[in-house]
Design a protein around this ligand. Structure first.
Ligand SMILES: *Cc1c(COP(=O)(O)O)cnc(C)c1O
Length: 428
């Protein structure tokens, strides 16, 4: 078939073909570490990247490759590789771009763990991050300096309620000649397609909606294949002879696949943050129903957010699908199929009532996760955002009375009834 396949078809078929050895229709779990070379020439061609094939599962594995190809297709990217977690994917996205002394300009509205990673961990690599309010495009542009190598944001931002104006941010990135990396975990490619909106690279925690049922951790990095890595001289790992790969000039040799091949051949080879085939299997199973689940997640989130907003015990609801949200106007362009299912609400009565609500919920699970079929709740100020300063907590929407919910695909009536009884018990 030469016609462009639709999303619902790609989520089932992209990257998969009947197993050439057995005809197995589902993608087999290739539970193997290594692959037999046909002969010495074949081995040499694989190591030279002259032939694409399998060498060792730290680099690539057929089950994991099927998943990478599927996510690349869903995001409209040129290539992708999978990692052991979403956090691994973030490091792996930056790795080809950064050198000691370089920085990334990042949005203040990010997953708490990402703020931590970009604030402290990356300093050990000699990298740093500058955090800016991405609604202030002038401040974003002003934060870029000669050592900036990337701009980083989330599409629908954790802990929820915020939508990044990706087309506007992409315009700034293009003006300053830098790649835009978008974490599309909370939106998924069903709701948001960052590459079509101007992003260079998309990262995912496949742990969340892509797997969908809270079984495995994983990550993915997708490259659009469109960035000119040689234009500025700022990306020597991709444009200059790479000493870590016998002097190969990745961009010259591999064009639009340079970033992906670098991520595998140098990044995964040397850092080893590889996805295992069992994890890829679970995610391949989950991703087949992504669009169906996301439709129900959004439908339920819309109902639950509207109910909470009308409840006198609730002070504020930050769901971008509500008319009261300052970000609702971004939904039609950034995430036309809905504002996701992750949002926060603030209870009257502050920290104490918020903690009591969490304790009284019965259907909701109190966990540090999101994007499960089950409804989930967490109190960010005492958990995921605990290690942030009060200023960072406030900037990322995690004030003491705020609860973050990830609305599942149960009956909306049951989700609402659970919130109702918990608010009553908490006396808010
Ligand atoms: C969970 C999450 C991450 C980190 O992913 P892990 O798979 O837990 O390492 C990064 N970004 C966002 C938006 C997330 O929700």
């Amino acid at each position: 078939m030469s016609r462009q396949l639709g999303f619902d078809t790609l989520q089932i078929h992209a990257g998969a073909r009947p197993d050439p050895a057995t005809g197995a229709r589902q993608v087999p779990i290739y539970q193997t570490t290594a692959y037999v070379f046909r002969d010495a020439d074949h081995a040499a061609a694989l190591f030279n990247l002259q032939e694409v094939g399998y060498i060792y599962s730290r680099l690539t594995n057929p089950t994991v490759s099927a998943l990478a190809e599927r996510i690349a297709a869903l995001e409209g990217g040129a290539g992708a590789f999978c990692c052991s977690s979403g956090h691994a994917a973030q490091v792996m996205a930056l790795f080809p771009l950064m050198q000691p002394g370089t920085n990334v300009v990042a949005s203040t509205r990010l997953y708490g763990g990402t703020v931590q990673q970009l604030t402290n961990m990356i300093k050990k690599f000699g990298w740093s991050a500058k955090f800016v309010d991405f609604d202030d495009l002038a401040a974003l542009e002003a934060a870029v300096d000669d050592n900036t190598r990337a701009i980083f944001c989330e599409s629908i931002a954790n802990p929820g309620g915020y939508i990044t104006d990706i087309p506007a941010v992409a315009k700034v990135a293009a003006k300053v000649g830098l790649p835009l990396i978008v974490d599309n975990t909370s939106a998924t490619p069903y709701l948001c397609r960052p590459i079509e909106l101007g992003a260079t690279i998309v990262v995912h925690s496949t742990t969340k909606y892509l797997t969908g049922n809270g079984t495995v951790t994983g990550g993915c990095v997708v490259d659009s294949g469109t960035f000119d890595w040689s234009a500025s001289g700022k990306f020597p790992s991709l444009s200059a002879p790479e000493p870590a790969y016998h002097g190969l000039k990745f961009h010259e040799a591999l064009g639009g696949m340079a970033f992906t091949f670098y991520g595998i051949a140098v990044g995964l080879r040397d850092l080893g943050m590889t996805m295992n085939p069992q994890a890829a299997h679970y995610t391949l199973m989950g991703i087949e129903t992504l669009s169906l689940r996301m439709q129900r997640h959004v439908e339920n989130a819309q109902k639950v957010a509207a109910w909470l907003e009308a409840d006198p015990r609730v002070e504020v609801v930050t769901y971008a699908g509500l008319d009261s949200s300052p970000y609702k106007s971004r939904v039609p362009t950034v995430c036309p199929k809905g504002a996701g299912a992750l949002f926060t609400f603030g209870v009257k009565g502050g920290y104490d009532v918020a903690v009591k609500v969490v304790g009284a919920l019965e259907l909701f699970s109190h966990v540090a996760n999101l994007g499960d079929t089950r409804s989930l709740v967490i109190h960010p100020a005492s958990t995921t955002h605990r290690q942030l300063t009060p200023e960072q907590q406030a900037a990322s929407g995690a004030a003491p009375n705020m609860l973050r919910v990830s609305i599942g695909i149960e009956d909306a009536k049951d989700i609402i009834a659970d919130l109702d009884q918990a608010l009553t018990k908490a006396g808010g």
